[in-house]
Write a protein that binds this ligand. Structure first.
Ligand code: SF4
Length: 280
């Protein structure tokens, strides 16, 4: 849940999730709709789907245990290098460091270079604590801007601290937005919108959405409502929202109430609901 999401946002979701699905066995037997409903509002729904699929594999293939091998962990849905490393460090105390942005920065500063090849530098029996501590240290002390070197316990061994010419990472984050047009069929006198799972989009594939297309300059027969920006997974989207009132919709569309709160609706679509609600 914490991937791309802040702790304070996650806490109520996490508590509620554990209340309804308290263990791996229950998760593996739950249906996907239930899991997605509990995830609703957190976004990045692939995480929930992968967690669910992984629970089934762990029960079936590993007797409910998390494998202690990097290779086997990486075969599980949604588990990449970072997650595999942190699981092995935290659960099996293996000497592994999970390289997130914070940890990369700490290592870069300690060794005053833009490389994170220094993972073997630390020797400890408490590998799980080390992996976790490096993340916290990067988030709270060795912060991206204005690191708190004056209270840093390891400044004597820090190259960044002792160096006259402080290293600056050459990495620049470029934010590139992709342009999409969203087309919403609406019922005039009811707060209803037609959605389809028939979208052939790489992201949010098979979720309930209006028609969405990569932006083109010519949009005929649709009324423009607004432009807004949205992020989904690692994509930044620049969205133009169009609508038309209609009682008929193309095949494979179904009507949904804009006040729908029973069925699972992804956050991306809920944001569309919010914009559309301004029309009524
Ligand atoms: S001395 Fe400063 S730059 Fe070096 S590790 Fe500590 S907080 Fe980070």
């Amino acid at each position: 849940m914490l991937q791309q999401t802040q702790v304070k946002t996650v806490i109520p979701y996490f508590n509620n999730f554990l209340k309804k699905i308290p263990n791996l066995q229950t998760l593996s037997k739950s249906n996907e709709k239930k899991v997605l409903k509990l995830w609703e509002g957190l976004g990045y729904y692939r995480r929930a789907k992968n967690l669910h699929k992984t629970s089934k594999i762990l029960i079936k293939k590993y007797n409910g245990q998390i494998p202690n091998s990097f290779v086997k962990l990486k075969e599980l849905p949604g588990i990449g290098d970072y997650t595999a490393n942190i699981l092995l460090a935290l659960i099996y105390n293996q000497p592994r460091i999970a390289l997130d942005g914070n940890v990369r920065r700490v290592l870069s500063r300690l060794f005053n270079t833009d490389t994170a090849l220094a993972v073997n530098f630390f020797k400890t029996k408490r590998n799980g604590d080390l992996a976790e501590a490096l993340m916290e240290f990067g988030a709270l002390i060795c912060k991206p801007q204005d690191p708190k070197c004056y209270k840093c316990e390891i400044r004597k061994m820090c190259s960044y601290y002792s160096s006259k010419s402080k290293f600056k990472s050459k990495r620049k984050i470029k934010i590139q937005f992709k342009n999409y047009d969203i087309f919403c069929y609406l019922k005039k006198n009811k707060k209803q919108i037609a959605l389809t799972k028939n979208n052939d989009l790489g992201f949010l594939k098979k979720f309930n959405l209006p028609k969405i297309k990569a932006s083109s300059k010519k949009v005929k027969n649709w009324k423009f409502l607004c432009n807004y920006k949205n992020s989904i997974s690692n994509k930044k989207l620049n969205l133009n929202l169009y609508y038309k009132f209609s009682s008929k919709v193309p095949p494979k569309y179904n009507w949904y109430s804009l006040n729908n709160n029973k069925e699972f609706i992804p956050t991306f679509t809920k944001k569309i609901f919010k914009q559309i609600s301004n029309l009524y």
